[in-house]
Design a protein around this ligand. Sequence first.
Ligand SMILES: [Zn+2]
Ligand SMILES: [Zn+2]
Length: 224
Amino acid sequence: MLIKETENIEVYLYEIEIENTGHITNTYVLKDKKTNKIAVIDPAFDGNKIKDKIKGVGELECVIITHSHADHIAGLADLIKGTNVKVYIHSLDKEGLWNTIFNEEQVVGTKVKGIDDDRVCTVEDEVEIKVGDTSLLVMHTPGHTQGSMVLFNEKENILFAGDTIFKNSYGRTDLITSNNELMGISLDRIFNKFQNISVYPGHGQMFELEDSKRRIKMLYAFNG
Ligand SMILES: [Zn+2]
Ligand SMILES: [Zn+2]
């Protein structure tokens, strides 16, 4: 479903149920209109179905993983099979592409198929990922996982946030590579850096950051 269109980009959202768990993850497609290149952000489940959905959208250039939980990568292997697209992930979350403890396969209730190591391109804080002529700035935001990242497009003022922030809440910090203290630092960093941006989270509705800041801060203070 097309959810945003500007002169330069299109953003598509696919709300995908992970197998038959009832658990829904947001898979996004970002398209650079000038070059017709697209990136899939978090191929949640069934890579073959995602492949079908993006057929008419544009040419797949890369896949970007906000963090390596099973509900964000279960569609990855089938999606990239037979292509040579790159897979971007933060270095600290790379292991979760194969390690079933790190990717919480059991909690999520789906199996993750591994991919070849040479397809993976690790990124760090402040690195820029190019999708055609559109760039996404990586911001490392550990907390939910040790290598969680959010992706900022300055021109359109949008942020793909994975499971770091949601509308009026933030990601769980009780999982295997979570760290609640680092989550607090990451939330502060996001709140200080960004004003008036639209956020596309890994679950639930998109939202305006300003509308959620106070609630998220309160919730963190209360839980932390
Ligand atoms: Zn997660
Ligand atoms: Zn998730």
